[in-house]
Design a protein around this ligand. Sequence first.
Ligand SMILES: [Zn+2]
Length: 319
Amino acid sequence: MQEKSIIFDNSSYVCLSKVPLNPISRLAPTPSGFLHLGNAVNFLVTWAIVRSRKGRLHLRIDDMDGIRFRPDVLEDIFTSLHWLGLDWDTGPAGPDDFYQNFSLHKKKEYYRSRLQALNKTGKNTFVCRCSRASIKKISPSGLYPGTCRNAGLAFEPGCNAVRLKVDNDACIQVNNQRIGLASALGDFVLWRKDDQPSYHLASLLEDEEGGINFIVRGQDLLFSTAAQIHLARCFGFSSFPACRFIHHGLVLGENGEKLSKSRGAYALKDLRQSGGSFANVVQAAARILGLKHDTICTAQDLRHALNSLNRQNTFFKPA
Ligand SMILES: [Zn+2]
């Protein structure tokens, strides 16, 4: 397979001053589609920053989306992380350990109990019976039009969803951006119609519980970060709202489109199996970090380069 040149949206910059002194972070792949170059770059950036600051790294695999879960993809996550030369301090050591001890399914009732506690406060959540199609009919953008907000529906697991009421003036500051939540996401889902916690709910509860204080994400998750900070405040959490965030530019496909997991050409698995090198993936991570990337070929090289930057206490922008 011909190796892809890696194209970026590098409108954002990464700034080390955002990193806490003892970062506690996580790698959070989902086992629903094979990891692609963009995931790899995100993991490399996260890993290198945390390791260069002697922080702690957790591996969290979010398998709550039961419909799309694929055992072969789970396997691929571990193979890919090892191939890239990345390690982690806590979390599953391999697929068997994951099934036995770390599947988020084991925590479904815990998530439900936390949501019930939030419901009891009475003013934050409501039950919604709308389908995606019925929402689209009223609101072509897909933004929830508030149909069930005041309907007072009773929650029936597996039949309807629970949403968070987002006030029109709800604004969240993420780094230097102010995000109006009502127009960005609207009343977002906390508990899904198929009786599963939403990504926002499960991810936030895991991050809060794990004492995560530093998260590296692609720019496409900026609104998700705002939603989760807002939700954390509704819960009255103290840890997550103080978390530091970096949102980096995305790795794009040849035509400038966002990579998706279904596109095999950018899958790490295909690159690996065709005997391709991870060096250009590592160099892409170096570029996102603004490092001079000619001599950076492995995860350890990336870490060493950041170590020397840390010593100089440098702020940096993409090369
Ligand atoms: Zn509704």
